[in-house]
Ligand binder design. Sequence first.
Ligand code: 13P
Ligand code: SF4
Length: 314
Amino acid sequence: MFVSSSPISEQIERIASLKQQRNAVILAHYYQEGEIQDVADFIGDSLELSRKAAATTADVIVFCGVHFMAETAKILSPEKTVLLPDLNAGCSLADGCTPEQFGQFRAQYPNHVVISYINCSAAIKAQSHLICTSSNAVAMVESVPKGRGIVFAPDQNLGRWVEKQTDRELVLWPGSCVVHETFSEEAVLKLKAAHSEAEVIAHPECQNHLLDLADFIGSTSKLLAHSQTSSAPEFIVLTEPGILHQMRKAMPEKVFHEVPGLDGCSCNACPYMRLNSLEKLENCLINLSPSIKIEEDLRLKALAPIKKMLELSK
Ligand code: 13P
Ligand code: SF4
């Protein structure tokens, strides 16, 4: 059964009652539409969301995010039903790193430790020794003894930033995020000139030349936390603009500027994250579908490096 659109307030009430009936928890990433963030039980960055998914006592996890996030939840909690409102919500980083090509790539470095960013499929996780997120990538690389080679995939921008922070050389898989690759440097410079008191805060998936303009770099949760503790009255935010919803809610007295893409396009919004909607969220709770399925053998292989990350970042 599928419901069609109806007034938002009614939809929100129906979602709340379905959530109770199903003993479900709604987890949402900061890049979701504001109205989805507002019905979520928990909003967080990739690391916090995977911790929540591992710890919840709910029978059903509705993951308002993208496929690799819901898949990670299923890997951590196989006994639970994990729903993704739109199964097509992928990620350019995950989709651009296929298991066959990655297998050939890492085979060139048989003695290297393989660290993969959580933005990858279960099949890539299964080929990795350790997983990282944007909030712990530096610590995960530093957990590997100096002198040992590291293959880092699939985000080369995050990898380059980690290289700088750790003063280590990594073998980088040449992937990138379609959203963080599109920010216009010219637009950042114009915003800086027009708002001289503003701090530039950036996600490490941005390209190097943009990170060079940043006063603070961190995961989505770290950007939110930094804007709360900083004394700056204004911020130029170099990441997907969904995060501005929480920033403006938490700090109505501060001003947050989003950065447009090249040529002023609105491609700063993640096309995958934005596939989810309140309507699809309600429908997945009614139908308990689409749900994430994963073969047990693959799940166990992908679980080992995720567990290692969670242990190392306690
Ligand atoms: P976070 O680690 O900040 O959640 O980033 C995830 C992501 O997909 C950024 O594009
Ligand atoms: Fe993937 Fe980029 Fe979207 Fe994050 S913003 S989910 S890295 S495509």
